[in-house]
Design a protein around this ligand. Structure first.
Ligand code: F6R
Length: 250
């Protein structure tokens, strides 16, 4: 794991967006895995700006999102598909037919998403956020490390964390989602994890220094061969205490 610690989320997001731009321009990746939530909002803004400057084209890019809520109307502005259009897709030249989300049809054939990803050549670079409870995508604690795309019931902690997107009304937060599984994520060729703010410090500590077990889904990332972690100083607070990880402090 390469760990990079930045003064704040703005500078970290600049580094992440530059890495994405370089990877697309060098044609290192043709398939990009995307996350929603607040962590990458500024990164997506910077990608829009790069597109306006002609520094990047999304024309040939395929995107695969990590997850999607189930019990929510498709017109709701908090579906993850609508989130992606609002923050990135509607401003850039990505083709609608190249935008993929986990299947939300109730046929239980969710692993067709894994097959689709594989048939399209696999995910070259996957962006991940992390939940306060150590979830990655919507793989909540105790989810099997070998699971593929599946339906999940969101934990109380995740619904509480996400109610800020639903007028702070917990009842409005969906209860179910479809998520890439941990196996799906671990097959990505490269992974970026970003985390900002003190509320993520404990999860980041467990991801990097904790035992690898299903109590902390993100701990499996210790086994991925090509992963970069982008943190602000708050999210890095606990890993900087004690035996210091002082490589690459920006
Ligand atoms: C979102 C996702 C989640 C978030 C995580 C952090 O697609 O899969 O795992 O990345 O919950 O959310 P934020 O970024 O809102 O703190």
């Amino acid at each position: 794991m390469e760990i990079r610690i930045f003064k704040n989320r703005k500078i970290a997001s600049e580094a992440i967006s530059q890495l994405i731009i370089d990877s697309i321009n060098r044609k290192d990746i043709k398939n990009l895995g995307l996350a929603t939530g607040s962590t990458y909002q500024y990164t997506y803004y910077l990608l829009r700006k790069a597109y306006e400057r002609n520094d990047i084209s999304f024309e040939k890019l395929l995107t695969f999102n990590l997850d999607e809520y189930l019990d929510i109307d498709s017109s709701h502005d908090q579906t993850y598909k609508n989130y992606m259009y609002k923050h990135l897709f509607k401003y850039v030249n990505i083709k609608d037919e190249n935008v993929y989300f986990p299947p939300t049809t109730e046929d239980n054939e969710y692993t067709k998403y894994d097959k689709l990803i594989e048939n399209k050549g696999g995910i070259g670079l996957q962006l991940l956020g992390i939940g306060q409870n150590g979830h990655i995508a919507f793989n909540e604690p105790k989810t099997s490390f070998s699971i593929k795309t599946h339906k999940i019931e969101l934990t109380e902690s995740t619904r509480q964390a996400n109610k800020r997107f639903f007028n702070h009304q917990i009842d409005q937060v969906p209860r179910y989602a479809i998520t890439m599984g941990i196996d799906t994520i671990m097959r990505s060729k490269r992974i970026i994890v970003a985390a900002f703010g003190l509320s993520k410090a404990q999860a980041i500590y467990r991801m990097i220094k904790g035992p690898i077990n299903e109590d902390c889904p993100a701990s499996i990332l210790q086994k991925h061969p090509n992963i970069k972690v982008f943190l602000d100083e708050d999210a890095a607070q606990l890993i900087l205490k004690g035996d210091v990880l002082n490589d690459n402090i920006n």
